[in-house]
Write a protein that binds this ligand. Structure first.
Ligand code: ADP
Length: 405
């Protein structure tokens, strides 16, 4: 009986326990469900809320972007420079108003056309066909030859390119006025100077010893003026962009002449060496190249104190050949080097004047080298010396002509 009672009690407890367990489990389930439902609510609520907010933000951003795009387009559209956007295949995607005026493009017809085809048979077309990698200056505008343009092509966005064309007609006109003025003044000065020089030569200081120093100073100065006029005329000729008188330039005799010139100018005050490390010749204007190299040689002699040494070197380099004039002279402080090829730029005016300089020598060198697609490199250390090098590309190199046996 007791056992039955105990069993019944235990069974009751057990049943209660099970019931309690079931209740707890159910409660936990409900709580979990509630929590889950709450979460679901939050998620649902949020999912309803977030898209709206995002949508609003996106809408505002898109409005802002289209406003900026409109502003950018109208700014680019009203630029005075022509701007043409081309895709990876070179087809015109967009162009501004100035392109119609400067390049002759037409809004209704030219979108989607190949830019090279659209500008074919013009200098611009040739430039585009050649890859348009360099700036093209002073080119006539298609259909308007009296307008002069400066063109540049640059990478833009993804596989696109932007061609910019600037009207430089006014600048070119001013440049022409400047060139004509310099050329005319130099030309007009030449004759009176020759006359003055001639009369000064006739004066004999021995006739009037008291005027001796005055006469020699006048001779020096009139010679200097004559040299300035000749240099200005040479620069004017180089600037008028007459086609180069190109020919085979034999370097061996030219180098020998330059060495003789250096020795004559030096009057034995310097050691002059020639290092001819290659037999390569050049293709170009012998007159202009001689003038450029002579200027470097004359500078080396004039800016190297007595007992210094001057070396002329002709050698092959990667992709070309180089003519160098190396001296052990005064040298040039680094801050002057980039400006040396400007007209009348001198590191020391008095030293240049005393040495008979005109301040135009290196400008002439630069122009001549430009006309031969060559570059001037200057290395210098004050007190130690300088090296002026003219680097020519391989397209300018020639094999020497073999003398017939
Ligand atoms: P300049 O007729 O005055 O020599 P250049 O145009 O030939 O004019 O040279 C410009 C200036 O560069 C010179 O005035 C001089 O100061 C400097 N220069 C040129 N070559 C040398 C050199 N070999 N050594 C030192 N200075 C030089």
């Amino acid at each position: 009986m007791l056992a039955g009672l105990i069993l019944a009690t235990l069974g009751g407890i057990f049943t209660h326990a099970i019931t309690a367990w079931i209740a707890v489990a159910a409660l936990v389930e409900v709580v979990l469900l509630l929590v889950h439902t709450r979460r679901q609510d939050v998620v649902i609520e949020n999912s309803r809320f977030i898209p709206d907010a995002r949508f609003e933000r996106l809408r505002m951003r898109s409005r802002r972007l289209s406003r900026q795009l409109r502003d950018l387009r109208s700014a680019a559209g009203s630029l005075p420079d022509a701007a043409v956007l081309v895709d990876g295949e070179g087809r015109i995607r967009w162009f501004n108003q100035a392109s119609e005026h400067l390049l002759g493009l037409r809004r209704a017809h030219d979108r989607g056309k190949l830019l090279t085809e659209r500008l074919s048979e013009t200098t611009l077309g040739t430039w585009l066909e050649g890859g348009a990698s360099d700036t093209l200056n002073d080119v006539p505008a298609p259909n308007r030859p009296n307008l002069r343009l400066s063109m540049v092509m640059m990478p833009f966005g993804h596989h696109q390119r932007m061609m910019i064309g600037r009207d430089i007609s006014d600048l070119m006109r001013l440049e022409q006025v400047r060139q004509d003025f310099v050329a005319n003044v130099s030309h007009e000065l030449r004759t009176p100077l020759t006359v003055i020089h001639g009369y000064l030569e006739l004066l004999d200081p021995d006739d009037q010893p008291e005027l001796g120093p005055v006469i020699s100073e006048m001779r020096v100065q009139s010679e200097r003026m004559g040299q300035i006029v000749e240099d200005l005329l040479m620069l004017s000729r180089l600037e008028t962009l007459q086609p180069l008188q190109e020919e085979h330039v034999s370097m061996a005799p030219l180098l020998a002449t330059l060495r003789r010139e250096a020795m004559a100018l030096s009057h034995g005050r310097h050691e002059v060496h020639l290092e001819e490390r290659t037999e390569t010749d050049l293709y170009g204007s012998i007159r202009e190249l001689h003038s450029a190299f002579s200027n470097l040689v004359s500078n080396a002699v004039r800016y190297t104190p007595t007992h210094g040494s001057i070396t002329l070197i002709w050698e092959r380099i990667d992709q070309g050949a180089r003519f160098t004039v190396r001296d052990t002279g005064h040298g040039i402080p680094a801050n002057h080097i980039t400006r040396l090829t400007e007209r009348f730029y001198r590191v020391s005016s008095s030293r240049s004047r005393d040495s008979g300089g005109t301040g135009l020598g290196l400008s002439i060198v630069k122009h001549v080298l430009n006309r031969h697609q060559a570059e001037l490199h200057i290395e210098s250390e004050p007190g130690k010396g300088s090296a002026f090098s003219c680097a020519f590309g391989s397209a300018r190199l020639l094999q020497p002509v073999q003398a017939d046996a």
